[in-house]
Design a protein. Structure first.
Length: 201
């Protein structure tokens, strides 16, 4: 079991730049030559198929396959010309950009889930709200993006990852210090100075 400190989440934020539902007929062309994109991408395939190469590894995009392409990852793709194709999509930032949380999780580039489940419902709701300007709709759009990120993490990581509270960790450190210095004069001021806290805390 891995444990992450909640400091990772103190400034966690996400911003969706664009997204929606995309569909193209059998004769339509949807392709992109090798490039690196500055934002993260979600593609959730609903119909048809395409082939995508991410960091020199080839994957098949089929219905129910949900792709996460990290910002900066080299990739290219092309639709299968024998049938129509459709997917939900998002381009988004995880902030702050320098945060190493999601790199440390080593998320897979795709997971397989039902095309008509809760994730699809969230993408549909996002698509219906993304162009609205009301404040409450903007907040819902951000909330949906964070929910989708949480869903992807939950589905893609089989092991449990717990988040420890900084305050819980600090209390444990203080107790350990007290036990190891039990014969010394340990006033609130001494403990506060040692752990960079106010004596009243």
């Amino acid at each position: 079991m891995r444990i992450l400190n909640d400091l990772h989440f103190a400034n966690l934020n996400a911003h969706c730049h664009a997204g929606g539902f995309f569909r193209i007929g059998a004769e339509g062309i949807w392709e992109c030559y090798p490039h690196r994109f500055q934002q993260n991408k979600f593609y959730f395939v609903q119909e048809g198929s395409f082939r995508i190469t991410i960091e020199n590894r080839v994957y098949e995009g089929v219905p129910g396959r949900w792709f996460f392409i990290p910002a900066g990852a080299a990739h290219e793709y092309a639709k299968d010309m024998s049938s129509a194709y459709a997917h939900y999509w998002m381009h988004f930032d995880l902030l702050p950009r320098e945060m190493e949380l999601f790199q440390s999780l080593q998320l897979p580039y795709y997971v397989d889930i039902p095309t008509d489940g809760e994730v699809a419902a969230k993408f549909r709701e996002y698509t219906s709200l993304r162009n609205r300007t009301a404040l409450h709709d903007k907040i819902r759009v951000k909330a949906l993006l964070l929910e989708l990120i949480a869903d992807y993490v939950q589905v893609s990581l089989p092991e449990d990852i717990n988040v420890s509270s900084q305050s819980e960790s600090l209390i444990g450190d203080v107790l350990e210090y007290i036990h190891s210095h039990i014969r010394e004069d340990l006033s609130n001021t001494v403990l506060a100075d040692g752990f960079h806290m106010h004596p009243n805390h």
